[in-house]
Ligand binder design. Structure first.
Ligand SMILES: *Cc1c(COP(=O)(O)O)cnc(C)c1O
Length: 406
């Protein structure tokens, strides 16, 4: 930067006074190591808890694996060029997930916005700058989705300026396709509810030469889903990093065709004249996500599944000893595929609602969050527990249910 530009920069920066007032030395000098590690949650009075509920955004998703935290710490000590890092990490991840290209995004949601933005604009910088105003630009402006695949996160596609057109049958989809159709989008977690199946969706896109995309945000395990939909021929695929993969919660992947990923990146930082400047992934998250995906693919999934079953059994065996309590373990067919313990009771014998139990567990020590709260039932999953916490969860649920018998 020229001195003049520097001055202009500082005069624009609201914190300029604060920045220049810092002695130069303090920038490079390492802070003295604190003698006691701070517990910021405690300091702030923020409740932490045992997560027997699952991977929920409001509960901060998942806990990053140690190797992800190591990658983040290592990344934090050096500078690099953001694009170079995305290039190199993208190439590695693409090879792992069988896609032509990949980029680390701030999650599945931003991956949807960016993938569609790339399709709309291609490599045309003028068009990039026109988003989200598509009128009169010559860009396409509609996305077709099955009604059964309507979900809040489809708003990501609207961020580009596109309209969402919902259809039910293949016939309706064919009729809805026109010159303005930019994309045919699919939601895996509701795949069984839609009338049109994955392969037919991809075939429909091929027939009309329209790209297809799929949201698989919460769809590992099974690990094979990381490449299944790339292999199937979807033009782009998005997944969350901070669910079962246990990468950074603020990261995810956009995988797909070379041209789409390249164009999507025009909408991403470090570039700024675009709709995606706010979807900034830092080098720490990029490298954290890289090792998270790499190790997730390598890990022993059968062993992990057996550990989940064993921990589930500990809770099941404890709570079913309480009179009138019944339990069963189910595995969702799609999305959050993990053993899910359903605990129900006769409300006339155990005088407690699901909501009461949730409150008691939440306000207990340690605090515990559970899921699936209904009148006389709750659900528990163990995949977000730390080893050994299943015993605490088992003891606390049993204790509260037994206390309410009367
Ligand atoms: C969690 C989720 C998203 C959002 O994913 P982020 O990675 O948090 O952006 C989108 N779609 C589905 C189906 C999800 O479960």
């Amino acid at each position: 930067m020229q001195r003049r530009e520097l001055l202009k920069f500082f005069s624009l920066a609201p914190l300029a006074g604060g920045i220049t007032a810092i002695p130069f030395q303090s920038v490079s000098a390492a802070p003295a190591p604190p003698s006691v590690k701070r517990n910021l949650f405690k300091e702030l009075g923020v409740r932490t808890f045992i997560n027997a509920a699952g991977t929920f955004t409001m509960m901060t998703g998942s806990l990053m694996h140690d190797y992800v935290v190591d990658a983040i710490q290592g990344a934090a000590t050096e500078f690099c060029m953001l694009d170079e890092l995305q290039d190199k990490v993208g190439e590695k991840i693409a090879a792992l997930v069988h896609s032509e290209a990949a980029v680390v995004t701030t999650g599945a949601f931003s991956g949807m916005t960016l993938g569609l933005a790339g399709i709309l604009t291609g490599m045309d910088q003028k068009k990039v700058e026109q988003l989200p105003h598509l009128d009169g630009t010559g860009m396409k402006s509609e996305v077709i989705i099955q009604k059964a695949h309507e979900i809040v996160y489809n708003h990501a596609l609207k961020n580009t300026g596109c309209k969402l057109i919902y259809v039910e049958t293949a016939e309706e989809a064919e009729q809805a396709i026109n010159d303005k159709t930019a994309l045919l989008h699919f939601l895996n977690i509701e795949a069984d509810k839609g009338k049109i199946k994955h392969e037919d969706w991809v075939a429909l896109g091929r027939k009309h030469n329209i790209p297809t995309s799929i949201d698989i945000a919460a769809d590992v395990p099974p690990v094979s889903n990381l490449w299944k939909f790339n292999d199937m021929g979807f033009s782009f695929v998005v997944i969350s990093g901070g669910k079962a993969i246990r990468g950074p919660q603020s990261a995810g992947l956009l995988m797909g065709k070379k041209e789409i990923i390249a164009a999507a990146r025009l909408h991403m930082p470090p570039r700024g004249f675009n709709v995606g400047r706010g979807f900034k992934v830092n080098k720490e998250e990029i490298l954290g996500m890289y090792v998270a995906v790499e190790k997730y693919i390598q890990q022993d999934h059968d062993k992990e599944w057996k550990e989940w079953e064993a921990a589930t059994a500990v809770i099941q065996n404890a709570v079913k000893t309480v009179g009138s309590v019944t339990t069963d373990v189910t595995v969702p067919a799609l999305g959050n595929v993990t053993p899910t313990l359903n605990i129900s009771w006769d409300g006339t014998k155990v005088k407690l609602t699901g909501k009461d139990l949730q409150e008691k567990l939440r306000n207990g020590n340690p605090s515990i969050e559970i899921g699936g709260v209904k009148d006389n039932s709750i659900t528990v999953t163990v995949w977000m527990l730390k080893p050994g916490q299943e015993k605490i969860v088992a003891g606390r649920i049993k204790e509260e249910l037994a206390k309410a018998v009367g």
